[in-house]
Design a protein around this ligand. Structure first.
Ligand code: C2E
Ligand code: CA
Ligand code: CA
Length: 557
């Protein structure tokens, strides 16, 4: 029976996957099982008669072994993770249990060590960790891991009185790139951006992808804020070089915000959120730049109310107004019409220039509802003007490319005028060359329809775009508006007066009327009159006026 048990034990020990090693009371090995050899690489004959210290990795200090042996003495056993060395020199972690075997009189006769190689399990764990802590697309830390590492950086920096800088970067108009070239292209771009960023930072600096197209960099141990500014500038220029994505060169720009440890916060969250506010400031002030966080950017100020969000609500909140700038017959000085110019007053931003919010409206598509609102408002104001006796006065309305290119643009415009009961003859649509030129063929068709309905058609900002008069004559348009930059140069440089002169002569030959905009003084007006310019518009006569003031102006003239 006893023999039988011994046999069974032997079978088990020979077949289990755990390594087994048995020593006498002085620690000399007298038995090892086959799994021992599999894990350690040592054969039984090599190890029997030796002490197990040859397995030591050198990773644990003597205190570790002392503590281990004390536990074995006190409790009769010990379990724990220990790093050992295989015969080929490789280090590996094992889970080891050591049991004391007592003889008569509670004297230890043998020690049995049972262990499992856990290196496999460990590398799986490491992989899981990597996946949890790293952004799977770019391979850099994700927000979670970044914040965790920031905690260490901050602690050390504060302890040694060192400064650090946090940069938050956001790729401008990334969504557009994604929409235009597809998500795969967007992903490739992010990978390449990461690669360029990694080249710019040092060993001890941190980089992470916070999400989407937003990255963060921590510059550790800086001696002067200049170091952060320099990095920001380098990043901006490194990302300004074209990216070869989806078979073509793509150009991007970056907006960056910077915050400093300890001035702007002493924890990762505060530093990130302040750098983020500064980044937002960069976006709002023209993109492709960096800004440093300062207090005024904080709390209830503008950044809490993104411009785009505010613009979305501008119509329903009644924040939009249409102003009117008189246009004057150059020969007689009598009012010849008005141009409708949109104004936006927001409670957080105050007056926002159309040069800022119109491009934003175009970029976000908001120009469609806004443009329709303007047209409707102009129709209503024309009724008011009629009531004041200006029954024939027409109003020019600016039309953005996105509006003009919409399917059903003609029908929409027609519907608004019909609903508001205004004849198309009282509306002059202003389009730029860059709106009508790219798809000239389709534009001509669309313009012809509008013309047929009775609208007046003008080319705005003439001279700044293609400026192809010979091409323009194919478009069924009525007038050209000479860009104000030419008008304003007339009295300064010889050459520009002759450009204006040439435009007027050519336009007249094509039977187009000419409107000069931005007329600010008598001298410009004199020259324009000499060249027989038809209509003038500018501060010399009047600035854009709210409706009530326009009525006073018209009444006086
Ligand atoms: P624009 O169509 O070229 O409008 C003329 C701009 O010149 C206006 O600027 C006007 O205020 C300004 N201006 C007029 N006279 C003078 C002058 O004597 N000197 C100077 N220096 N400037 C003068 P504003 O109102 O800021 O509008 C800027 C641009 O915003 C407009 O340029 C137009 O492209 C766009 N915009 C304005 N309202 C609308 C709108 O309702 N729809 C669309 N799509 N665009 C609009
Ligand atoms: Ca205009
Ligand atoms: Ca213009």
């Amino acid at each position: 029976m006893e023999n039988n048990v011994k046999q069974i034990n032997e079978v088990i020990v020979n077949h289990i996957r755990e390594g087994v090693m048995v020593t006498d009371q002085s620690g000399v090995i007298f038995y090892v099982n086959p799994a021992f050899q599999m894990v350690t690489g040592y054969r039984a004959v090599d190890v029997i008669g030796k002490k197990p210290s040859f397995l030591q990795s050198g990773l644990h200090d003597t205190a570790f072994y002392k503590k281990m042996w004390r536990t074995i003495e006190e409790k009769g056993q010990w379990s724990g993770e220990i790093w050992n060395r295989r015969q080929n020199g490789e280090l590996y972690p094992e889970w080891l249990t050591i049991l004391s075997v007592y003889g008569s009189g509670q004297k230890v006769e043998q020690y049995i060590g049972v262990f499992t190689d856990i290196s496999e399990q460990r590398s799986a764990e490491a992989e899981v960790k990597r996946l949890v802590h790293h952004d799977s697309l770019t391979g850099v830390a994700n927000r979670h891991a970044y914040q965790a590492r920031m905690t260490d950086v901050i602690e050390t920096s504060l302890q040694y009185d060192q400064r650090a800088a946090v940069l938050v970067l956001d790729i401008d108009r990334f969504k557009q790139i994604n929409d235009t070239f597809g998500h795969q292209a967007g992903d490739n771009l992010l990978v390449e951006v990461t690669r360029r960023l990694k080249r710019l930072i040092g060993n001890k600096d941190l980089i992470s992808r916070l999400g989407g197209d937003e990255f963060s960099i921590t510059l550790t141990h800086i001696r002067h804020p200049r170091e952060a500014f320099r990095l920001a500038e380098t990043v901006i220029s490194a990302l300004a070089a074209p990216f070869w994505v989806a078979g073509q060169d793509i150009y991007i720009s970056t907006s960056i915000g910077i915050s400093f440890l300890p001035e702007d916060g002493e924890d990762a969250e505060a530093l990130l959120s302040h750098a983020d506010k500064a980044m937002y400031h960069s976006k709002q002030t023209g993109r492709n730049r960096f800004s440093v966080y300062h207090e005024e950017m904080s709390v209830e100020t503008k950044e809490a109310f993104p411009l785009e969000m505010e613009l979305r609500r501008a119509i329903e909140r009644g924040e939009l107004m249409v102003y009117y700038q008189p246009q004057v017959d150059a020969a007689t000085g009598k009012p010849a019409g008005v141009e409708a110019l949109l104004r936006w007053h927001n409670k957080h931003y105050g007056h926002v220039s159309p040069n800022v919010f119109i491009p934003l409206a175009e970029e976000t598509g908001l120009i469609i509802p806004i443009g329709n609102w303007v047209l409707r408002q102009v129709c209503r104001d024309l009724h008011t003007l009629s009531q004041h006796g200006f029954t024939n006065l027409s109003a020019a309305v600016n039309i953005s490319a996105l509006q003009f290119l919409q399917d059903g643009f003609v029908e929409t415009v027609q519907a608004v005028l019909y609903e508001e009961n205004i004849p198309p003859g009282r509306i002059d649509l202003e389009l730029t060359e860059s709106t009508v030129m790219p798809d000239a063929h389709a534009s001509i068709e669309r313009l012809a329809k509008l013309k047929e309905l009775g609208f007046t058609l003008s080319i705005d900002d003439f001279g700044t775009g293609y400026s192809s008069l010979s091409y323009l004559h194919r478009f069924p348009i009525d007038q050209l508006k000479i860009d104000r930059s030419f008008v304003q140069q007339m009295d300064k440089e010889e050459g520009d007066a002759s450009i204006v002169e040439a435009i007027i002569t050519m336009a007249h030959r094509l039977r187009l009327k000419v409107v000069a905009e931005g007329v600010e003084n008598e001298y410009q007006l004199g020259l324009l009159r000499e060249e027989a310019c038809d209509v003038v518009q500018g501060y010399f006569y009047a600035k854009p006026l709210p409706l009530a003031e326009l009525i006073s102006y018209l009444t006086a003239h």
